[in-house]
Design a protein around this ligand. Structure first.
Ligand SMILES: [Zn+2]
Length: 324
């Protein structure tokens, strides 16, 4: 195996306007061309818009067997799950009324007006589409998420997500759970690995995964894990370590170096992956490498191994995660 960096969980920007999308496409080409040989990535999709930007990469991979170091993942992020409909008999308004909640009826209806027609989830997860991806993600649960004023998060000028103006509208947790469970079952049916987001609901995430995935072949990656060390131990005690991965990011897990080191020490080496969680089209390749390097550095210090050994191990783990 040629040594290379691993980004087990990254993104492309979410853009809805055509000009923005063109810009992302060219940035994406540049970013991938610049790092194709030395970074292996698993790029998440989170909604229909970023999926449209990612889909052409699947074709590239088909044409070039080596691929540009890209593995494309299909998912519905909890921040976008309201855009997906489980009951296709409902009207647009009926759907959004069901899955959104807000004390202020006027604010709720103003927001619903701006939202697109919901996408039917089971059609979105067609066999044809699922059979082409190597991973299901990003999926998961988020207890603190509120919708932005415009209805869903979009990237700001191709850079960061616009988070400034949040509304008081939330997604019903039951709807998040239904979407999450649907995607876990798709992964189980296909034996595909999953990349999971969980914020402020570690217990529920664990319980659902245990119920649906324990007796499966599915490899599980908990990305930028923010639960307690007790929760880490709970996962490790229940799931086979060969199937369980924690992908560690610089900007969330190593923001506080000491707690990042604690997390890394609590993880068996075979369960560790590295990630940026950034949009690869909006952050420079050099910066992406630096982020992955810092995590490798933290791994080698926490486990008392060389950087080369850390890099080797993460790459092996990544290949095991994706069953390559
Ligand atoms: Zn992510």
């Amino acid at each position: 195996m040629v040594p290379c960096l691993v980004d087990a969980h990254c993104h492309v920007s979410t853009m809805v306007d055509a000009v923005g999308c063109d810009k992302i496409r060219s940035n994406l080409d540049l970013a991938l061309a610049g790092t194709a040989s030395d970074v292996q990535r698993c790029v998440m999709s989170t909604n229909v818009y970023d999926w449209e930007l990612l889909e052409p990469l699947l074709l590239m991979k088909q044409l070039d067997d080596e691929g540009p170091g890209i593995n494309v993942s299909l998912g519905v992020h909890p921040w976008y799950c309201h855009l997906y409909q489980l009951d296709r008999s409902l009207s647009k308004v009926g759907h959004y009324r069901n899955c959104l909640k807000c004390k202020d009826e006027v604010q709720l209806m103003e927001l619903v007006e701006q939202l697109p027609d919901p996408v039917d989830l089971s059609s979105y997860l067609s066999d044809e589409r699922v059979s082409r991806v190597g991973c299901i993600g990003e999926i998961g649960l988020d207890k603190v998420f509120r919708l932005p004023q415009n209805g869903f998060l979009v990237s700001n000028n191709g850079t960061s997500l616009e988070r400034s103006s949040l509304s008081n509208v939330r997604v019903e947790f039951a709807h998040q759970i239904q979407v999450f469970e649907t995607l876990l079952k798709v992964a189980k049916g296909r034996g595909l690995p999953v990349s999971i987001h969980s914020v402020k609901c570690q217990g529920t995430t664990f319980d659902i995964c245990k119920r649906i995935l324990l007796d499966s072949e599915v490899n599980i990656c908990l990305h930028s894990f923010t639960g307690t060390l007790d929760t880490v131990r709970l996962w490790l005690a229940n799931f086979p370590h060969e199937r369980l991965f924690f992908s560690v990011s610089c900007w969330i897990n190593l923001k506080d170096w000491d707690s990042g080191a604690e997390l890394l020490k609590s993880l068996p080496l075979q369960c560790i992956l590295t990630e940026t969680d950034c949009s690869v089209d909006s952050v420079s390749s050099q910066e992406q490498r630096q982020m992955l390097d810092s995590v490798l550095d933290a791994i080698s210090r926490a486990h008392g191994i060389s950087r080369t050994k850390a890099m080797d191990t993460v790459l092996q783990n990544f290949n095991r995660f994706l069953r390559k």
